[in-house]
Write a protein that binds this ligand. Structure first.
Ligand code: SF4
Length: 387
C-alpha cells in the first residue's frame, strides 16, 4: 500500500491530499477502505427497517434521470391523503418498522394551484405544514420520521426538527456544469450545488442530524466526486451533523431524458464507495442502497452488493417490508436474510438501526425530547423478515 493509502486507512485523508487517491488502482483503494471501515464501524453492517411515504410526486424540478416526478395533470400524479398517511404508518408499525421515511418532490405548492387547493382541503397551508402533522402522527404511533423534502428554508428545517429523528438531502454533486443545457440537472434549479450546500449548512447550524449523498454516473468526473465528498467532509468538520453519506449509482430507466445514458460500471461505483470511506470521518456512515444493485430482468445484484461491502460500505440504508422504493419502483428491496448472509461472508453481522445515530440521542441539543422518547421505545426493535 502507498504511504497515502496507509494514511487514509488510519484516518480521514488530509484535504490537500485527497485527489491523490485517484491515482490508486481499485484493489488498493478498496483494501484501504476496508481497513478504515473495520476501524470506524467494527464488524457490524446496518440497515433501517422503514415504511416509505411518498407524500407527493409533484415537483418543480425536471432532473434528467427522474421517473418519480409528475406534473399535476399527468397520469400517475399522486399526493397522499391524510387517511393514506395514517394507513401506511399503522401498517409500518404493525410490521415492525422503526423509520417513517417521508420523501417527496420539491415545493409543489410553488407551481400548482390544484395542489395548493388540495393541501387546503387537508387543512394545511404548505407542504411543510402537512409534513409536520404527518411526522407528529408517526411519533404518536411509535415511528421515527426521517424527512427528505428537497430544498427547504432554515425556518422549515427547524419546524421539521420538532417531529423528525433526522433529515436528509442528497448533495448529489458539486459540479455546476450538470446544470447546463443537456446536463442531468438542467431544468432543476433546486439541484444547484450552492443551493444544496446552503441547506446542509442551515441543518448544521440548527444541529439537525443529517443524511447527505452523492449520485454516481450522471455526467460528473471522478475528481468531482472527490470534490463533493470533500464538501460534505468540510460541512461535517464545522457542524458535526452528518450521520451518513449515501453513494447511489445512476440507474437508467425508460421514459426519462437520460434513458439512453450509460449506467456507471461496478468499478466506478466501488471506487466512489472506497473514496467516501477514506475521505469522510469515521463517525460518518457510508451507505449504498442494495436494491439499486440489481438490473431488472438481468441479474439480482448479489455479486454487486458483495462488491459494495468489499469496497467499504457499512450500511444499506432503509429497507421496507411493506412499501416499494417509490423513487426506483423497478428495483425491489432484497430479503434481509440474503443481505445478512452476504455480510456474514464478508465478516460482518447485519443489524437493524434507528434513523438517527446514537451519538445524537446521547448528546443534548440534537433531537427533540419527544423524538428521543420514541427512540428509546424503539431501540430494541428486532431484525425483520423483508421480502
Ligand atoms: S429527482 Fe427529485 S428534485 Fe429531481 S425531478 Fe425528481 S423528485 Fe424532483
Amino acid at each position: 500500500m502507498s504511504a497515502l493509502l496507509d494514511l487514509a486507512a488510519a484516518g480521514p485523508v488530509p484535504r490537500d491530499l485527497a485527489h491523490g487517491l485517484l491515482a490508486s488502482p481499485r484493489g488498493a483503494l478498496e483494501a484501504a477502505a476496508r481497513a478504515r471501515r473495520a476501524r470506524a464501524r467494527g464488524d457490524v453492517t446496518t440497515y433501517s427497517p422503514k415504511v416509505f411515504l411518498p407524500l407527493t410526486n409533484l415537483c418543480r424540478n425536471a432532473c434528467g434521470y427522474c421517473s418519480f416526478r409528475r406534473n399535476p395533470d399527468e397520469p400517475g400524479a399522486w399526493t397522499m391523503s391524510p387517511d393514506e398517511v395514517r394507513t401506511f404508518l399503522e401498517a409500518g408499525r404493525a410490521t415492525g418498522c422503526t423509520e417513517a421515511l417521508f420523501c417527496l418532490g420539491d415545493t409543489p405548492e410553488s407551481f400548482s394551484t390544484s395542489y395548493r387547493e388540495l393541501l387546503r382541503s387537508f387543512g394545511h397551508g404548505s407542504t411543510v405544514d402537512y409534513l409536520v402533522a404527518s411526522g407528529s402522527l408517526a411519533l404518536d404511533l411509535g415511528l421515527l420520521p426521517h424527512t427528505n423534502a428537497g430544498v427547504l428554508s432554515r425556518a422549515d428545517l427547524v419546524r421539521l426538527r420538532a417531529v423528525n429523528a433526522s433529515q436528509g438531502l442528497m448533495l448529489e454533486s458539486t459540479a455546476d456544469h450538470l446544470g447546463l443545457p443537456g446536463g442531468a440537472h438542467y431544468g432543476a434549479p433546486d439541484k444547484a450545488p450552492a443551493v444544496r450546500l446552503a441547506v446542509h449548512e442551515s441543518a448544521g447550524v440548527e444541529r439537525i442530524p443529517f443524511t447527505s449523498g452523492l449520485l454516481v454516473g450522471i455526467g460528473e468526473q471522478e475528481a468531482e466526486r472527490v470534490d463533493t465528498l470533500l464538501a460534505i467532509a468540510d460541512l461535517h468538520a464545522t457542524y458535526g451533523h452528518i450521520q451518513e453519506v449515501i453513494v447511489q449509482r445512476f440507474t437508467s430507466r425508460p421514459g426519462v431524458r437520460m434513458a439512453a445514458w450509460p449506467e456507471p460500471d461496478q468499478e466506478a461505483v466501488c471506487r466512489a464507495v472506497a473514496l467516501a470511506r477514506l475521505i469522510l470521518p469515521d463517525e460518518v456512515s457510508v451507505q449504498a442502497p442494495p436494491n439499486l444493485s440489481a438490473r431488472p430482468g438481468e441479474h439480482d445484484g448479489v455479486a454487486e452488493n458483495r462488491a459494495l461491502l468489499a469496497a467499504g460500505i457499512d450500511d444499506f440504508g432503509g429497507i421496507s417490508p411493506l412499501t416499494p422504493d417509490f423513487i426506483n419502483p423497478r428495483h425491489a428491496w432484497p430479503h434481509v436474510d440474503a443481505l445478512g448472509a452476504l455480510c456474514a461472508e464478508g465478516g460482518s453481522t447485519l443489524r437493524p438501526r434507528l434513523p438517527v445515530h446514537a451519538r445524537f440521542l446521547d448528546e443534548p441539543g440534537w433531537v427533540a425530547d419527544r423524538v428521543r422518547a420514541v427512540a428509546a421505545s424503539c431501540a430494541g426493535a428486532p431484525a425483520l423478515e423483508v421480502g
